[in-house]
Write a protein that binds this ligand. Structure first.
Ligand code: FEC
Length: 317
């Protein structure tokens, strides 16, 4: 079994911010002002751990896929040594905007003789501005190869019960810390996308709502809100409400405590550490709101189990 696990990617060093940002902007170099602003955001968080987390997810996913753990009695009766039902698994990492890039990963897979693989993004919701773009990068890498690799895509998993349980578990930890859980606001966030994509029928906002609704239902929350964060620095309108805007509305409505959970990304990175932990937290402080954020899934076993489940279900038998 072969897997291409993809994520956004982040620069490893300050001098890599410029080419990274240029790649995000499809080859258009950012202005000095935009570049300075992004460099300052990285400086403010110290470092984005996204590449390390993606790598850890891949290593753990590969280990889990190769591990057969039958119940004890079956093990006694079964063949020895136990073998994974789908043969040895290899998980490759490709990042959308940095290294190892999706192109580098696909080339490495081809060189290793891989001709069939599951493609999955470490982000649960499909968008024309996320998964569709990962797919474009895989497709253009395939065009450079002498033989094709047959990729089976997992395009979204917004309602996977294991994912909902993993998010709910972490939000529950925040609920324990609330002074008055019955009166708190519960806000689920995802990365914003340009409104133009939504107008083209992008399922993204619907899928984000679904994830939020299922977590809220699992925890029997009295109410919940969905907000978007990290809108890009471009002149076009972006999907809202923005988290900072929503915090102002919640204050006006009389809320004192807000539990925030980023459901659009499993991992910690710039958009979590800067946009939520620094920026949204500063807005909350200014408003006199108590804001608590649920910790991310990262490479924790419950999330890796979700990836394993999805990959095994997609693997052609
Ligand atoms: O830690 C890190 O260094 C990387 C954090 C990071 C993640 C991430 C995820 C998503 N993005 C999505 C959509 C867009 C669209 C644009 C865009 C621009 C940026 C910029 C940075 C950035 N994104 Fe991102 N995104 C992360 C970081 N993103 C930096 C450039 C500066 C800025 O505008 O803030 C606009 C592109 C353009 O200019 O044309 C659209 C979506 C996700 C969630 C899915 C995923 O993880 O792939 C959707 C993590």
């Amino acid at each position: 079994m072969n897997v291409l696990l993809m994520a956004y990617g982040t620069p490893y060093a300050p001098e890599e911010v410029e080419p990274y940002y240029t790649d995000i902007r499809r080859g258009r170099r950012p202005s000095e002002e935009l570049l300075k602003e992004l460099a300052e955001r990285y400086e403010a968080i110290g470092k984005s751990p996204l590449n390390e987390i993606t790598l850890a997810q891949a290593v753990r996913l590969q280990a889990l896929l190769n591990l057969e753990a039958p119940p004890y009695p079956k093990r006694l009766l079964g063949p020895f040594p136990p073998r994974a039902p789908h043969g040895p698994a290899r998980v490759y990492v490709g990042t959308k905007h940095w290294h190892p890039s999706i192109g580098e990963a696909v080339a490495a897979m081809h060189e290793d003789g891989v001709r069939r693989a599951v493609a999955i993004v470490a982000a649960p919701h499909y968008s024309l501005r996320s998964v569709a773009e990962y797919r474009e990068k895989v497709d253009s890498a395939l065009k450079t190869l002498p033989e094709p690799i047959d990729f089976v895509w997992v395009e979204s998993y917004e309602a996977h019960p294991g994912l909902i349980a993993a998010y709910a578990r972490r939000l529950e930890e925040v609920i324990w810390r609330l002074k008055n859980p019955g009166k708190a606001a519960y806000v689920f966030t995802a990365h914003s996308i340009p409104l133009s994509a939504v107008e083209k029928g992008d399922p993204y906002p619907r899928q984000v709502e679904k994830t939020a609704e299922l977590i809220a239902k699992k925890l029997a929350l009295p109410r919940f809100h969905v907000a978007y964060q990290s809108a890009g620095r471009t002149p076009e309108p972006w999907l809202g409400p923005d988290i900072n805007e929503l915090l102002r509305t919640l204050k006006e409505e009389g809320y004192e405590e807000v539990a925030v959970q980023a459901v659009g990304f499993p991992a910690d990175h710039l958009e979590v550490f800067y946009d939520l932990d620094l920026e949204a937290q500063a807005t909350a402080r200014e408003l006199g709101l108590r804001l608590l954020r649920a910790r991310s899934l990262n490479a924790d076993l419950d999330y890796i189990q979700v990836l394993k489940d999805l990959v095994e279900a997609a693997w052609p038998r």
